[in-house]
Structures are given as structure tokens and as C-alpha cells.
Design a protein around this ligand. Structure first.
Ligand code: HEC
Ligand code: HEC
Ligand code: HEC
Length: 137
């Protein structure tokens, strides 16, 4: 007779094996759904390459003065806005923020929102600037 605990352990292990492996090395966290039909690029591509896209976009903007291209950080936070308990869109200070869904999970820390707004701000969009509200989160 195997000990009941051994059985429990075996069943638990079996359960783990049944969980499908997630894409990449990072286990799948709960990610809030984006707005609209699709992302600015293929979702799977975005999952893996958004950091490079954003960095290139930033380099283009800051060094070459390019604006309004496809991979704008304002665009990200607009489509990926998440409502908090009070109905207001959460900022990056809240663990529910879209960008933190995975980052907290993967222990990634980004400093982007030290300068950039982490939720849509109508006035900023009107002014078409990316990071003029320094310190606002
Ligand atoms: C020290 C402040 C600062 C930090 C930190 C910072 N940025 Fe920026 N970022 C700026 C400024 C200033 C601009 C230029 C804004 C403009 O001219 O429109 C800019 C522009 C951009 C742009 C192009 C404008 C837009 O919204 O599309 C992107 C994309 C961008 N940053 C991404 C990032 C990302 C991603 C991070 C984090 C890894 C980051 N930034 C961190 C200050 C900062
Ligand atoms: C027009 C709206 C829109 C914009 C702008 C947008 N996204 Fe998306 N994004 C979506 C949709 C829709 C999906 C796929 C549905 C979902 O969220 O699972 C998605 C998916 C993603 C995913 C994968 C999420 C997952 O479930 O694994 C990432 C990562 C992502 N977007 C990052 C970004 C970044 C970074 C930016 C800015 C450069 C951005 N998105 C701009 C709408 C948008
Ligand atoms: C689907 C999960 C997921 C979502 C959603 C997500 N990220 Fe990421 N992000 C990651 C992972 C995983 C890494 C680490 C990749 C690595 O280390 O190679 C990362 C890394 C980054 C980096 C580079 C950090 C560094 O120090 O190298 C930036 C910048 C970044 N993400 C920006 C964002 C922004 C902005 C958003 C929200 C608009 C966002 N990410 C949403 C998974 C995600």
C-alpha cells in the first residue's frame, strides 16, 4: 500500500504535467485583454519583441526626431488601459497595470513610467508629446 501522501504527490505532479507549456521561458501570468481587434503587430510577435520595438522607436524619436510612428508608448497604454476598482484607469503604480502583468511575474523592472505617462492622458495626446509630464505616473 503506497502512503496516501505519495498518491497525493503523484496526482499533483500529473496535474502539473497536464498544464501546457507557455510560449518562451516565462510562465503565463494573467494578462488583461487589449482593446480593438489586434495589436500594432502580431500578438505573439509583440509578446517576444515589444522591448526591442519600443527601444528602437525611442531611439528614432530622441535621436532623429521621428514622431507618431506605429510603436508609440502612448498607443500601448491607450489600448492596454486597465480599469481599477474605482473605475479609473490604473497607473504603473498598480500591479494590475498591463505592463506589470508579465513584468512582475518575470521580475522585470522598467523605468519608462518615471517619465512617460502610464495611462492615457487626453491633453498629452492632443499635444502629441511622449514624455513631457515628467514624474507623473
Ligand atoms: C528620463 C526620462 C525618460 C525615460 C526614463 C524614458 N523615456 Fe522615453 N522618452 C523620453 C523623452 C524626453 C522622449 C521624447 C518625447 C518626444 O519628443 O515626443 C521619449 C520618447 C519615447 C518614445 C517615442 C515617443 C512615443 O511615445 O512613441 C518611446 C516609444 C519611448 N520614449 C519609450 C520609452 C521606453 C520603452 C522607456 C523605458 C524602457 C522609456 N521611454 C524611458 C524620456 C524618457
Ligand atoms: C490598437 C490597439 C493596440 C495598441 C495601440 C497596442 N496594442 Fe498590444 N494588443 C492589442 C490587442 C487587441 C492584443 C491582443 C489581445 C490581447 O490582449 O490578448 C494585444 C496584445 C499585446 C501583447 C500580448 C499580450 C498577451 O496576451 O500575451 C503585448 C505584449 C502587447 N500587446 C504590447 C503592446 C505594446 C508594447 C504596444 C505599444 C507599442 C501595444 N501593445 C499597442 C491592442 C493594442
Ligand atoms: C506578455 C507579457 C508582457 C507584457 C504584457 C509586457 N511585457 Fe515587457 N517584457 C516582458 C518580458 C518577459 C521581458 C523580459 C525580456 C527579456 O529579459 O529578454 C520584458 C521586457 C521589457 C522591456 C525591456 C526591459 C529591460 O530592462 O530589458 C521593456 C522596455 C518592456 N518590456 C516594456 C513593456 C511595456 C511598456 C509594456 C506595456 C505596454 C510591456 N512591456 C508589457 C513581457 C511583457
Amino acid at each position: 500500500m503506497p502512503s496516501p501522501w505519495l498518491l497525493v504527490a503523484a496526482v499533483a505532479l500529473w496535474g502539473l504535467l497536464l498544464v501546457p507549456a507557455s510560449a518562451g521561458d516565462v510562465p503565463a501570468p494573467t494578462i488583461p485583454k487589449g482593446k480593438g481587434e489586434q495589436c500594432v503587430a502580431d500578438t505573439d510577435f509583440m509578446r517576444r519583441n515589444h522591448m526591442d520595438l519600443l527601444t528602437h522607436q525611442r531611439d528614432d524619436t530622441v535621436r532623429r526626431g521621428m514622431r507618431g510612428a506605429k510603436f508609440s508608448l502612448n498607443g500601448c497604454v491607450e489600448c492596454h488601459a486597465v480599469a481599477g476598482a474605482n473605475g479609473r484607469t490604473v497607473t504603473a503604480a498598480d500591479p494590475k497595470h498591463f505592463c506589470r502583468a508579465c513584468h512582475d511575474y518575470a521580475a522585470v523592472r522598467v523605468d519608462c513610467f518615471d517619465c512617460h505617462a502610464s495611462r492615457p492622458e487626453p491633453k498629452m495626446r492632443a499635444a502629441a508629446t511622449g514624455a513631457t509630464k515628467a514624474g507623473r505616473r
